[in-house]
Structures are given as structure tokens and as C-alpha cells.
Design a protein around this ligand. Structure first.
Ligand code: B1M
Length: 224
């Protein structure tokens, strides 16, 4: 097998490193840490490691959860494994912008604990030259308003992964608008569509992490 496929498999199985005893049949075998390090040493493109390996693995985990093959603890082990792999490639995605093009305040909406996609967007925006203030997960509409007030020049980014928490996203957008704040708002996450973004009155929507950079540049009127 090739390394991106091995990385994908390590995410699916939730195998973090060689020393990890989980899952028992993989004990002693290279885990995500060794595999991503090896892929970087072999100059495999970071985009390939991310898309084919890490994100590909999480997509397969989602399917296994949907068809009843995986339960919550399995999803959790895979998420921890994905995060361990992400840590290794984050510095490459983040870069070191000499000056910021603008500011983005980002968070996962209230009731939602999913943060892998949000973290990825945050790192990619930083890599694209933006200052990012990450509010974390389970962010209430009031917290978004407080931050929008504190950073009137910032774009507000919201992520939602659950059908139920899309309503928290709507409530957060509503409260920002009702408060008379003029911040532009972008939304995303597996359950968010362009139609839903329009319906709740967001200014921008993006499905894929890398495309968030041109989206934010456009909204801020920044060239490039
Ligand atoms: Co959850 N979960 N989960 N989960 N989980 C999903 C989302 C689900 C689709 C799985 C499934 O059924 N197939 C399903 C939601 C169904 C639905 O509502 N329609 C689901 C469920 C049901 C649940 C629980 C309710 C399960 C339960 O308790 N019975 C529970 C809810 C907890 C809560 O939040 N209150 C739960 C819990 C968890 C874990 C904690 C175990 C774990 C999260 C760990 C963590 O994030 N720290 C987890 C995981 C890992 C998943 C799956 C498998 C993977 C999500 C992920 O990280 N993907 C997921 C299945 C799936 O999505 N296929 C699933 C990789 C990530 C890079 O992609 O986050 O989509 P994503 O981000 C993308 C884009 O969406 C976009 O860019 C990213 C890169 O392209 N994007 C943005 C994201 N945010 C953006 C913001 C933007 C722009 C783009 O602008 C601001």
C-alpha cells in the first residue's frame, strides 16, 4: 500500500503511534505519527496527506458510523488519531505571514463539539495570511455577538456538523444581525449548503477548506 492509504487506514483504525496498544492487532505497527512523518520525509505533498489520508480516513469513519459498524468510541479514537496527524502538518499549512490581510473570528456553533474541520479552516486561513481568533467549540450566539462587537473589522466564521446545530448557526447569525453589527459572516460544515447559508442570511459559504481563503479575500476586498 502507499503511504496516504496507510495514513487513511491508521485514521480509520484509530492507531496513533507504534507504542499505542490500540487497536490490539496493530500494536507495534507504525501509527499516524510515524506514517505522517515518513510521508513528509518522502516529500509527499501535504495536500495529498491531508485529503487522501487524514480527511479520507474521517470520511470512511463517518460511513462506518452511519451503517452501524462503528460506535461513538470508535469515532472518538479516529478523531484523536486524525488530530495527532494534523498537528504534524499544521506548521506547513500555517506558514509565517509577515503581515495580516485581515482578521477572522471562528468557532463551532452552540451544541456542536465537532472541531476538526473548523481547526483545519483556521489553519488554512492563517496560512492564507489572516489573523484567526479561534473561539473553540459550543460557541453561543451571545459569544459570537460579543466577539463581533470587539472586532468590528473581522469576518465571523461559523462551523456546524449536525443537522440540529444548524439551528444554532441560524440563531447566531440572527443575533448578530439584530444587534446591528455589520461584520460579514461565513458559514460551513458538513450539513451546511449554499442554499442554507442564503436562507439564514450569511454573506459567504464554502465547502472546501482551501477555498475559504479566496472567499474571505473577496469579502474583505483584499487582492490576490
Ligand atoms: Co460526529 N457526527 N457526532 N463525532 N462525526 C458526524 C458529523 C455524522 C455525519 C456521522 C454520521 O452519522 N455519518 C453525524 C451527523 C448527522 C447529522 O446530524 N446530519 C454525527 C453524529 C450524529 C454525532 C453525534 C450526535 C453521535 C452521538 O452522540 N450519537 C455526536 C454529537 C456530539 C456533539 O457535537 N454534540 C458526535 C460526536 C462525534 C465525536 C466527538 C466522536 C467526533 C468529533 C471529534 C472532534 O471533532 N473533535 C465525531 C466525528 C469525528 C464525526 C465524523 C466521523 C467526522 C467529522 C470530521 O472531523 N470530518 C462525521 C462524519 C462525516 O463528516 N463524514 C460525524 C473531517 C473534517 C475535515 O471535515 O468537519 O466536514 P468537516 O469540515 C470540512 C468542511 O465541512 C468544511 O471544511 C472542512 C474541510 O473541507 N468546513 C467549513 C467545516 N467548517 C467550516 C466552516 C467554514 C467553511 C468550511 O466557514 C466558517
Amino acid at each position: 500500500m502507499d503511504l496516504p492509504t496507510d495514513i487513511k487506514n491508521a485514521v480509520i483504525r484509530g492507531h496513533i503511534d507504534e507504542k499505542s496498544p490500540y487497536p490490539p492487532d496493530m500494536a507495534g505497527q507504525p501509527g499516524i505519527i510515524e506514517l505522517v512523518e515518513r510521508a513528509l520525509q518522502e516529500n509527499i505533498e501535504v495536500g495529498t496527506i491531508l485529503k487522501k489520508g487524514l480527511v479520507g480516513g474521517m470520511e470512511a469513519v463517518g460511513e462506518k458510523f452511519s451503517n452501524g459498524e462503528y460506535f461513538l468510541p470508535d469515532m472518538l479514537m479516529s478523531a484523536q488519531t486524525m488530530k495527532a496527524g494534523m498537528k504534524l502538518i499544521e506548521p506547513l499549512l500555517r506558514g509565517d505571514a509577515a503581515q495580516h490581510l485581515g482578521k477572522v473570528v471562528i468557532g463551532t456553533v452552540k451544541g456542536d463539539m465537532h472541531d476538526i474541520g473548523k481547526n483545519l479552516i483556521a489553519v488554512i486561513l492563517e496560512g492564507g495570511g489572516f489573523e484567526v481568533i479561534d473561539l473553540g467549540i459550543d460557541v453561543s450566539p451571545e459569544k459570537f455577538v460579543e466577539q463581533a462587537q470587539a472586532h468590528p473589522e473581522a469576518i465571523i466564521g461559523m462551523s456546524a456538523l449536525l443537522t440540529t446545530t444548524r439551528e444554532s448557526m441560524r440563531a447566531s447569525v440572527d443575533l448578530i444581525r439584530e444587534s446591528g453589527l455589520k461584520n460579514k459572516i461565513i458559514v460551513g460544515g458538513a450539513v451546511v449548503t449554499a442554499a442554507f447559508a442564503d436562507e439564514i442570511g450569511a454573506d459567504g459559504y464554502e465547502r472546501d477548506a482551501p477555498k475559504a481563503v479566496p472567499l474571505v479575500k473577496n469579502l474583505l476586498g483584499v487582492a490576490g
